[in-house]
Each structure stands twice: as structure tokens, then as C-alpha cells.
Design a protein around this ligand. Structure first.
Ligand SMILES: [Zn+2]
Ligand SMILES: [Zn+2]
Ligand SMILES: [Zn+2]
Ligand SMILES: [Zn+2]
Length: 163
């Protein structure tokens, strides 16, 4: 896991899974007793024994929890990024933090030059990156413009000579 919960001991026990003792991830509940578990926890449990950990009903059916209240409470739980130590990120935004802003997340250079490093040093790297796309695309663009002008000119000269 790439994050830690902020004040984990103060999180409502109703939001915690009794199998892993952490706030639910993709909560599923038992159709018989209503007890809730993380999807991955209950799937692992059911591989070993086909009964609900709480009511022991064999062949108990589990369904995703659709309650918006529960989902919102889970989404709003605050977490701390294990990489950059930034705290106060809502759990539902954590993936965006990692894929978009976390300064300590290791990324590949956007120019596919083979460089890999933490996001915060990428700007510095781009200054020296050999495959900087700007001069490249600029020269491609001016090549096209040049060919267009040349062919128009040739066409024009050819037409003039025709008369
Ligand atoms: Zn769990
Ligand atoms: Zn049950
Ligand atoms: Zn981070
Ligand atoms: Zn690069």
C-alpha cells in the first residue's frame, strides 16, 4: 500500500473490515447477516471456506455495498502518501495524486528517452533531454510548410509556361 491512514485509530469501526482491520476497499456485504468486508479480503476468505466469517452461513452470497453514505465516508478518509509524506489527501483522490502530482513518484521521461526518475526532477532533466520534442516537431512542421510553398510555386511557374 502506498499510503497510510491519517489518525487510523479514530476511524469509525463501522468502516473497518474485521478481516484486515483496515477501512474497506471495495466493500462487499453478506446477504444473510449484512456484515461488510473488503472485496479482496472476502474473496481470499471464500477460497478457504465457503461460509461468511461472521454468521457462518455456508454458501452465503456477497454483494457490493452500494450505500452512497458508506462510499462517501470511505472516499473522504484522509491518507498520507508513503512516498512524499504529503498528508491530508482524500483516499478517493490518491490515485490522482500518484499519477498526476506526487513529486516523489518515479516516472518515465515524457519524451521516451529512457530517463526514469522522481517527478520533481523531471523538469530539470527536460532542459538537457536529448529528445526534446520541440525542435523536432518544429522542424517537421517547417519542412511541410516548405514543401507546400515549393510545390505551389512550381505549379504556378508550370502554369505560366503553359500559356
Ligand atoms: Zn479487509
Ligand atoms: Zn454473514
Ligand atoms: Zn506523494
Ligand atoms: Zn528525457
Amino acid at each position: 500500500m502506498m499510503f497510510k491512514y491519517v489518525n487510523e485509530d479514530q476511524i469509525d469501526i463501522e468502516l473497518k473490515c474485521t478481516i484486515c482491520d483496515e477501512p474497506f476497499e471495495a466493500p462487499m456485504n453478506c446477504a444473510t447477516c449484512g456484515n461488510t468486508y473488503c472485496k479482496s479480503c472476502i474473496l481470499k476468505w471464500l477460497e478457504k471456506q465457503a461460509s461468511c466469517p461472521s454468521c457462518r452461513q455456508t454458501g452465503a452470497a456477497f454483494q457490493p455495498v452500494i450505500s452512497r453514505v458508506v462510499r462517501n465516508q470511505l472516499n473522504r478518509l484522509l491518507v498520507q502518501c508513503a512516498l512524499c509524506k504529503y498528508t491530508g489527501i482524500q483516499r478517493s483522490n490518491f490515485n490522482d495524486h500518484i499519477s498526476g502530482t506526487c513529486p516523489k513518484y518515479i516516472i518515465k521521461c515524457s519524451n521516451n528517452c529512457g530517463w526514469k526518475g522522481v517527478r520533481e526532477s523531471h523538469q530539470q532533466h527536460l532542459i538537457t533531454c536529448r529528445q526534446n520534442p520541440f525542435p523536432n516537431s518544429l522542424s517537421k512542421f517547417s519542412n511541410i510548410v516548405f514543401i507546400l510553398i515549393l510545390s505551389t510555386l512550381l505549379y504556378w511557374i508550370f502554369r505560366r509556361g503553359d500559356k
